[in-house]
Design a protein around this ligand. Structure first.
Ligand SMILES: Nc1ncnc2c1ncn2[C@@H]1O[C@H](COP(=O)(O)OP(=O)(O)OP(=O)(O)O)[C@@H](O)[C@H]1O
Length: 680
């Protein structure tokens, strides 16, 4: 098993670690991982290498011409011997410049292209990751990975490779030229070459460590700044400036230490290499002086030889330096690989033809779903079952942490259940391609999601390509048109997530307009009135009713104002349905639901207090429950346990699946077919 395999096997585990626990990977593994992304760029890379070869040839020719000029024009003082080599040198210099320009421009094009491609690839992957990934990784750190670390990999894969090839070609040419001039002298000086290699080796370990520290600190600084600015109200209201500055100071200190150590190491390495170079040059001059005094060498030859060595050192030094750069870049690669190896929680089905074609009617069934979040120690959903008929409104309520939002994540397939299944029109939702499923099931999440764009674009993202008229109609239906028209540029007004221009209620109505435009048969509303004051919440009720009309709606909420409209209410606690039925029935029952309902009018009551016991034991059916229902509970079936008929309220203690009462004792229907909210 290769190290990469081992790494992939532990990808989930790695994903759960803190950022600075990123596992280490050898540079070779990192290079192999990203090399395939140069596909389509390799032809151009070959051209850049060609240019490098030609540039090195031009330099070699220039040095030889310099030697000729020294021996024939300068030493002999002959002007006539100057013109021909000078003209050749000029031609070589112009050609070299043109090749250098072409090669460097192309190299920049390739590197930038690679960076774009890699960033898109990582961004695309990150966008598909499950919600828990984002809860466990700080946004600032992710930003730093998508910017700095992506560029670091470019240094390793493209610039590094071009630089290595260029340095290697130059080194080979100049070394060959030096051997061609005087092989014995060249051999004597090359004996010292391993010193460069030893120096690079000595430094590479420390440079990698310090680079990793720098990359982590960079991510932490971005995170602190981003979190602090995102929480600016908290910072100002609670005068947390000093605390935030300290937090930034701590991370900045780590970055400062890493930067200074990195600069010191590089400088130390540079100076050491200078000393080694001086030793080599002095060796050449000493040997040259001896050769000239013995009449075995001309001054021109010695100067050309020294020039070749002079040209040879930068590429040799460059190669060693490159080793260090690549080592440093590996720290960035490790951080990106860590993200790329996080497995997606869900993917498209292998065959897309299993799901029926056409728009579904919108019946939803959640069947015996068990689910535990990755890394969590307890189940979020335990044997959850319920069904919703097309066009029905089902409200899911319960105390905080009961698993309500987790249900919405199952319905949109952010996660697949550990066991059990979710069906849309009788087809497992896993059989629908993800894009199609999310076209049919629209989520209105807890937080109002706003794009940094115009009001028009914010509504239109519900249905890309929607015409102006459709957008305006959706806005009207969401009671948003009037306030939009009062904005300085109407539908063209730019808004952003922190926009002070729009109130919470207005942002929510924009979100409703977007959902209306999307026109999905199934709606999942997660706390649609959370965070709104009573007035604003009331103002969104009408648009919400319009949105829900004719659609299967599953509303997750603590706000029970719409509960009387619901065809069914599911009370969830600890991942299970503990009560189910219509508003009036559940109130009359006097169990968990009625306590939740009471808590709405009691702001001092924390829903956590309602956790246990949420409802009485089956034997203690409250007196408020009509006797005929209590008596009808089938033997052995706990109150709140699912009944076999998927459309029968599970917690309702009916006589038998086929004999569930459909009327309240006072004659009102238990389940409404016609909801009063329609046409609201
Ligand atoms: N990413 C996660 N990793 C681990 N556990 C999680 C994660 N998200 C939620 N949980 C846990 O799963 C349980 C159900 O959470 P969920 O968000 O569905 O509750 P909820 O009923 O929607 O709560 P609230 O009303 O406060 O939004 C909780 O115990 C919660 O701590």
């Amino acid at each position: 098993m290769t190290r990469t395999d081992q790494y992939e096997d532990h990808a989930d585990e790695y994903a759960d670690r803190e950022e600075n626990d990123t596992p280490t990977i050898p540079a070779r593994t990192a290079f192999r991982r990203f090399w395939p992304m140069t596909r389509g760029l390799r032809g151009r890379l070959a051209i850049v290498w060609g240019c490098t070869v030609l540039a090195a040839l031009a330099e070699t020719a220039a040095i030889l011409l310099f030697s000729e000029l020294t021996d024939h024009a300068l030493q002999k003082g002959s002007l006539s011997a100057f013109w021909a080599p000078a003209a050749e040198w000029l031609v070589v210099a112009v050609l070299g410049a043109a090749i250098g320009y072409a090669g460097n421009s192309l190299a920049t094009w390739i590197t930038e292209r690679f960076v774009m491609r890699l960033r898109e690839h990582v961004f695309d992957h990150v966008q598909q990751l499950p919600p828990h990934f984002f809860q466990r990784h700080r946004q600032g750190d992710l930003l730093s990975r998508l910017t700095g670390d992506v560029e670091a990999i470019e240094t390793m894969v493209v610039s590094g490779l071009v630089g290595a090839a260029s340095a290697a070609f130059s080194a080979v040419f100049y070394a060959a030229a030096a051997f061609w001039l005087r092989w014995d002298l060249a051999a004597a000086t090359f004996v010292l070459a391993p010193l460069f290699w030893l120096a690079a080796r000595r430094f590479s370990g420390s440079i990698k460590t310090v680079s990793r520290e720098g990359r982590v600190a960079d991510g932490a600084i971005t995170s602190v700044v981003e979190e602090s600015l995102g929480n600016i109200v908290l910072t100002q209201a609670y005068d947390r400036r000093a605390a935030e500055r300290r937090r930034l100071g701590q991370e900045a200190n780590a970055w400062f230490r890493a930067s200074v150590r990195s600069a010191r190491l590089s400088e130390l390495y540079e100076q050491l290499v200078q000393v080694i170079e001086t030793v080599c040059v002095l060796t050449v001059i000493g040997l040259g002086a001896w050769e000239i005094s013995a009449g075995r060498m001309t001054l021109g030859q010695l100067l050309a030889f020294a020039a070749f060595l002079g040209y040879l050192y930068p590429p040799v030094r460059g190669l060693a330096q490159l080793g260090l750069t690549v080592t440093a870049a590996t720290a960035g690669a490790e951080r990106l690989i860590e993200i790329l190896d996080v497995r997606l929680a869900v993917s498209d089905p292998a065959r897309s033809d299993r799901a029926p074609a056409g728009r579904p009617d919108g019946s939803v069934e959640v069947r015996d779903v068990y689910f535990r979040y990755p890394g969590a120690d307890r189940m979020a959903l335990e044997g959850l079952s319920f069904s919703v008929r097309p066009g029905e409104l089902v409200i899911i309520t319960g105390p905080s942490g009961a698993g309500k939002s987790t249900v919405s994540k199952m319905l949109l397939r952010f996660y697949d259940p550990d066991s059990g299944a979710v069906f849309l029109d009788g087809t497992p939702i896993g059989d629908f391609p993800l894009a199609r499923l999310r076209e049919y099931v629209t989520l209105l999440p807890q937080e109002t999601l706003v794009l940094h764009d115009t009001v028009r674009a914010n509504i239109a993202c519900g249905r890309p390509g929607a015409g102006e008229q459709a957008i305006i109609e959706a806005a009207r239906a969401a009671d948003a048109h009037d306030f939009i028209m009062r904005l300085p540029e109407g539908y063209g007004t730019k808004v952003d997530p922190n926009s002070a221009r729009l109130s919470g209620g207005q942002l929510q109505r924009l979100a409703i307009a977007r959902a209306i435009l999307r026109d999905a048969p199934v709606l999942v509303l997660d706390e649609p009135t959370t965070g709104l004051d009573a007035m604003a919440a009331r103002r969104v009720v009408k648009p919400l009713r319009r949105l829900m009309t004719g659609r299967t709606t599953i509303m997750i909420t603590h706000d029970l104002n719409l509960a009387p409209d619901a065809d069914r209410i599911l009370v969830v606690d600890q991942g299970r349905i503990v009560e189910t039925g219509r508003h009036e029935v559940l109130l009359a029952w006097g169990g968990a639901y009625s306590r939740l309902h009471r808590s709405q009018n009691n702001v001092n009551m924390d829903t956590a207090e309602l956790r246990l016991p949420l409802f009485p034991e089956p034997a203690e059916v409250p007196a408020a429950v009509p006797a005929e229902y209590a008596a009808g509970a089938p033997a052995g079936q706990q109150v709140g346990r699912p009944a076999p008929d998927p459309y029968v309220p599970y917690g309702f203690p009916g006589k038998s699946p086929g004999a569930v009462p459909h009327q309240l004792p006072d004659g009102r229907p238990l389940f409404r077919d016609e909801r009063p909210r329609h046409g609201g």
